[in-house]
Write a protein that binds this ligand. Structure first.
Ligand SMILES: [Zn+2]
Length: 295
């Protein structure tokens, strides 16, 4: 089958010794050299298909005697050459770097196609803006470009301090998947990631908290007030970026049709950029959210 050969992504094409070439250095794929192979591989830019390479070789590399199609298939089977049409094609613009990553990892880049059209919205306050902007940068690089949708498939709700619970009413009512990110002093909590009716919700979270902190409902009722007194958070730049990374990982897992780690869990980042804590949030027996699905 024809394909568009490209040298293994990110791997330089090198001469190893008089009779061998090498692709990459970690540790590198060794290929027996033969007359005309090096100039042929230099033509394998991912834009030309095998038939075009063969035609160019007939014209400009007379010393090449092997069948180009067979050779390219062989080089592809050992990982020295990849099929660039799996990354760069109409409809795959914006996800090319991710597609190369997925392909080199042995997975199908077609899994990434939903990223180009997936609709995300990220609501945030002033204090959470730096984390959100860093996460948006990662998501854009990963090919998720619709991050300000008015009709989101996923809503991220970022705030410094616990948000007023009213912000969850609309996504729950409309069945929109949502993920809270809460800056809490010198750390950042993600989760629970809520698929309404299918996974434990923020009310489950609050009822569990009320089980061990009976003042929690009284605390929650004050969160909506604009008179709250709060000093800006104590998040270091590296921890802010670590939290942004974790947020992006959760969003990408969801967009790719996988299960984010924060489904039925909370994940805390900080105070150090390497510090993580995680705990489960189960359905609470007094919450009715699981009835949404049964209805
Ligand atoms: Zn619930």
């Amino acid at each position: 089958m024809s394909f568009r050969p490209a040298i293994r992504p990110g791997a330089p094409l090198l001469r190893r010794d008089i009779t061998h070439l090498q692709v990459g250095t970690s540790p590198g794929i060794v290929v027996s050299d033969q007359p005309g192979l090096l100039p042929l591989l230099r033509l394998a830019d991912g834009a030309r298909d095998v038939a075009r390479l063969a035609a160019m070789a007939r014209e400009s590399i007379p010393e090449l005697t092997v069948d180009v199609a067979l050779l390219m298939n062989e080089l592809r089977s050992v990982g020295a050459v990849f099929d660039a049409s799996r990354w760069s094609a109409p409809g795959r613009r914006g996800v090319e770097p991710e597609a190369r990553h997925t392909d080199v990892g042995g997975n199908d880049p077609a899994l990434l196609l939903p990223r180009a059209t997936f609709r995300v919205a990220i609501h945030h306050d002033a204090a959470s803006r730096p984390i959100v902007e860093a996460a948006q940068s990662i998501l854009t690089m990963a090919g998720v470009v619709d991050l300000d949708s008015t009709d989101p498939q996923l809503l991220v709700i970022a705030s410094c301090g616990e948000p007023a619970r009213t912000v969850f009413e609309r996504p729950i009512l409309h069945g929109v998947d949502h993920l809270p990110l809460v800056i809490d002093e010198d750390r950042v909590r993600l989760g629970p990631f809520v698929r309404p009716g299918r996974t434990p919700c923020i009310t489950c979270h609050d009822l569990h908290r009320t089980d061990w902190d009976r003042a929690w409902p009284a605390i929650l009722s004050q969160l909506a007030r604009h008179t709250l007194t709060m000093t800006p958070p104590a998040i270091s730049a590296t921890t802010a970026h670590a939290a942004a990374l974790e947020l992006a990982v959760e969003v990408l897992a969801h967009v790719d049709g996988l299960a984010p780690r924060t489904l039925g869990r909370c994940l805390a980042v900080g105070p150090g950029p390497d510090d993580r804590a995680s705990w489960p949030i189960a359905f609470h027996h007094r919450c009715t959210c699981d009835l949404l699905n049964a209805a």
